[in-house]
Design a protein around this ligand. Sequence first.
Ligand code: NI
Length: 259
Amino acid sequence: MLFDSHCHLTADAFDDDREATLTRAREAGVTRLVTIASDADDAEAALEWARPRDGVWSTAGVHPHEAAKATPEALARVRALLDDPGVVAVGECGLDFHYDHAPRGVQFAAFRAQVALAAETGLPLVVHCRDADDEMGAEFDAGAAEVTGVLHCFTGGDALLDRALDAGWYVSFSGIVTFKRFQGAEQVRRVPASRLLVETDAPYLAPVPLRGRRNEPAFVAHTAEVVARMRGLDLGELAALTAANAARFYGLPDTGTGP
Ligand code: NI
């Protein structure tokens, strides 16, 4: 079995076939997934969709692109959602200085508010970091190291990777590892086996050989296969390992060890 640790199934891209997408995931052996929220409205929609479905959980948080929406009211709605057992993490949150869709000061404030929510609730933190390695590294010293988190869709440098691993965080790799230009194989090998996750980040970042298409959880096997090869494992071993890690990270019952 495979576990897609990070996808966005509430995205408009799935409006026409959300249920069929989940069916295809299950047929491909992806029996567990977490649909990740990008703002308070999305978090409510994600929980509503995930709650009645087996093997589907959601998160609550505000993406750095949407950081301007992280008002006290929105954060209170996120906080309320975190009490629901179907909501398994805070996020995604973080810093994105590549797109700068929100002013940086606003991004920092939204991120720190969500670190505080993770600390308060004991839930793990799902973190997006793009072109902000140094600043995110500093956030570990400012409190992020006190919570458990994941750097999702990791594309950062070695210093940030080391800082996260020192703090006991998990690291998740997406379809980017299948791209020809990917140069992080050494980083993929450096993450301890017990803290390695795989994800699609669907509908974005479809892996080779499906690059350019809409991504979906069923495609996570392509990423898992490349990560397995980089680490000298077979796909079944890597799938079992990352599924068990995702279950532990999100506080879910263990999934067993079989593929
Ligand atoms: Ni995402």
